[in-house]
Design a protein around this ligand. Structure first.
Ligand SMILES: CC(C)(COP(=O)(O)OP(=O)(O)OC[C@H]1O[C@@H](n2cnc3c(N)ncnc32)[C@H](O)[C@@H]1OP(=O)(O)O)[C@@H](O)C(=O)NCCC(=O)NCCS
Length: 282
């Protein structure tokens, strides 16, 4: 895939009702240019996928096939190609978030289910609990800009909590969306961060990786800043406190995803994932 294929990526994302914008596709191509692929049928480009390598762990995303070209084995062929690429790079684990349509395709390729996530959507009301959460914890004082020395600290914290060295993705997200990005410390110690990005249908809040101390404040404050606007948040179903905050802000489940894995399992801390980074890119 090259920048010239971005219109195809946008067309397929719109067909599927997905949220990506041109800036997302540019980020994918800059993160792993040799891991982004286009599938052709009789010389016509009809499919995409993107594979991102974070040290020993890889994520597969953007598996999209044109509606008129489905059930012909295109996703399977493209995924085999992406997996071959990842195996040759020595990756030990491949993960992805599967839609209901994608899960059977991935299972046939050796992926096993790990845990479910739900996408919450809605528009947080202006005077709802998001504001109250932010107000009641004003002392906690989340900080806005992530400056360079902090980036290492945030990346190390994120690696510990997710089991994945995602610095190259985080640096891009922080740069793109400073208005959504916050960190929170206690006694000089990082307790969590949150970021997000604008989308075609809604602002995607996440990732938010945080302790039980910081998660409610970071998530509640982000929701209150998005009052009256459409938002999406992808939350692991085992993170009950995060779900409670989403529901108190008037959000409801739009659809479910299954986090899946091929190869060595990763020990991530699901209770620290208050918002996942989006099923399109792990
Ligand atoms: C999910 C998606 C990527 C699958 O793409 P696809 O190219 O249709 O996938 P494949 O053709 O490889 O496999 C789909 C099914 O067709 C079957 N199939 C493959 N070749 C076939 C053929 N020649 N004739 C009939 N069926 C065939 C496969 O066995 C598979 O069956 P299953 O659903 O019972 O497992 C596609 O439906 C899509 O883009 N959906 C919207 C976006 C989405 O959900 N993406 C997945 C994100 S996780």
């Amino acid at each position: 895939m090259t920048v010239a294929d971005i219109p195809l990526g946008l067309k397929l994302a719109r067909q599927a009702g997905w949220n990506q914008m041109e800036s997302d596709w540019r980020r994918f191509l800059s993160m792993q240019p040799e891991g982004c692929f286009v599938g052709e049928l009789n010389g016509v480009s009809v499919a995409t996928t993107a594979a991102f390598i974070f040290g020993p762990v890889a994520w597969i995303a953007m598996v999209l096939v044109d509606i008129d070209s489905r059930r012909k084995g295109i996703a399977t062929t493209l995924l085999k190609h992406a997996l071959d690429f990842l195996d040759k790079q020595g990756v030990k684990t491949v993960r992805l978030d599967a839609t209901a349509a994608g899960q059977p395709v991935y299972e046939k390729l050796g992926f096993v289910p790990e845990y479910p996530l739900a996408r919450y959507q809605g528009s947080p009301p202006i005077s709802d609990c998001g504001l109250r959460i932010a107000d009641s914890t004003r002392d906690a004082n989340p900080q806005s800009a992530i400056i360079n020395p902090q980036l290492k600290e945030v990346a190390t914290f994120d690696h510990w909590m997710t089991g994945t060295p995602r610095e190259k993705m985080l640096i891009r997200l922080f740069e793109e969306s400073p208005e959504i990005t916050r960190t929170m410390h206690r006694d000089g110690q990082l307790e969590g961060y949150i970021t997000g990005r604008r989308g075609a249908n809604a602002t995607l809040i996440g990732p938010c990786i945080a302790t039980a101390y910081a998660g409610p404040t970071l998530l509640g404050e982000a929701l209150s800043r998005c009052s009256g606007q459409p938002v999406f948040i992808d939350i692991p179903q085992d993170n009950a406190p995060a779900i409670e905050i989403a529901e108190k802000n008037g959000l409801s489940v739009q659809r479910h995803f299954m986090r899946m894995c091929r190869g060595e399992r990763i020990a991530d801390h699901v209770e620290a994932i208050w918002a996942s980074s989006g099923p399109e890119k792990g």
